[in-house]
Design a protein around this ligand. Structure first.
Ligand code: AKG
Length: 273
């Protein structure tokens, strides 16, 4: 345990009105100085150890993998494997920002995931996350927290501003088909593509229905990113609408009945007013 890091992740930081308004109007926001370089470096070490212990995809050559497996090494609920990672995922400072952005009285964990785009890793196809989630409202968002700076050539997360209100293509799971379809549909319907570098300490929050993607990693260095998916503390389970949502219900909402608040042991309250 590192007392300086704990102090930082527990200390609130102020959300500006401009950032809140941007999130609600555009469906995402990038915020600078979420955490200090020292704190990011501390948690990066713990997360990286677990990613390479728990994910073996990196042993398969990139050219032999699917588009999905070329895009990133993915490890979910890292907090269940490491107390240090748990501290970061359960950070009240970050959870409070998520609640204030969404306008909820608190947030619970849906799940976390590390998303490491290797050097030479492929693009992340266009998609919206909420098609995977059996949830009764849209009060859910992802914190995408790079553990180093992400220049353009490293594959920063990129968003279609305002697309959380666009309802076509929502059912397309991450694939070559979602990439081809949404790369056509979004501009046809007037949505742009905001691709921007992330400074060290900068992270983004996006709604479950905001369309996003990431370019390939051509930087020659790995892109290490941690994500935390926060849902409204009062979020209820809805009847799953596809097989992906059935998997998520079983995995992330164990024992919860349709219509009930998702308060399983896997969904601890991270921050409450
Ligand atoms: O990290 C990436 O390339 C994709 C991340 C993503 O799709 C997400 O966090 O929802």
């Amino acid at each position: 345990m590192n007392a300086t890091c704990i102090n930082e992740i527990e200390t609130p930081c102020e959300l500006s009105k401009a950032d809140r308004d941007h999130f609600r109007a555009q469906g995402y926001v990038k915020i600078k100085d979420l955490l200090s370089p020292e704190t990011l470096a501390y948690y990066e070490q713990a997360i990286t150890r677990k990613v390479f212990e728990l994910n073996r995809t990196h042993e398969i050559p990139l050219e032999q993998r699917s588009t999905y497996d070329k895009a990133f090494l993915q490890v979910t609920n890292v907090l269940e494997h490491c107390e240090t990672v748990r501290e970061l995922v359960m950070s009240p400072r970050l959870g409070r920002l998520a609640a204030e952005l969404m306008g909820t009285r608190g947030v619970r964990l849906y799940h976390d995931q590390a998303l490491y785009k290797e050097a030479g890793g492929g693009h992340t196809p266009w998609h919206a996350d909420q098609q995977y989630w059996p949830l009764a409202s849209d009060r859910i968002c992802t914190l995408w927290l790079p553990l180093q700076a992400v220049p353009l050539e490293m594959g920063p997360l990129a968003f279609a501003p305002g697309s959380h209100r666009f309802t076509q293509g929502r059912d397309l799971e991450i694939s070559d088909h979602s990439e081809a379809t949404l790369a056509r549909l979004l501009p046809e319907n007037g949505y742009g593509d905001a691709v921007e570098a992330f400074d060290l300490g900068e992270g983004s929050f996006h709604y479950g229905w905001t369309f996003h993607h990431a370019p390939p990693n051509r930087s020659g260095k790995p892109r290490h990113v941690m994500t935390v998916i926060y849902m409204d503390v009062d979020m209820r389970l809805q009847e799953p609408e596809n097989s992906r949502q059935v998997n998520d219900r079983n995995g992330w909402c164990p024992g919860i009945k349709v219509g009930d608040i998702i308060d399983s042991p896997r969904n601890p309250v991270i921050w409450e007013a």
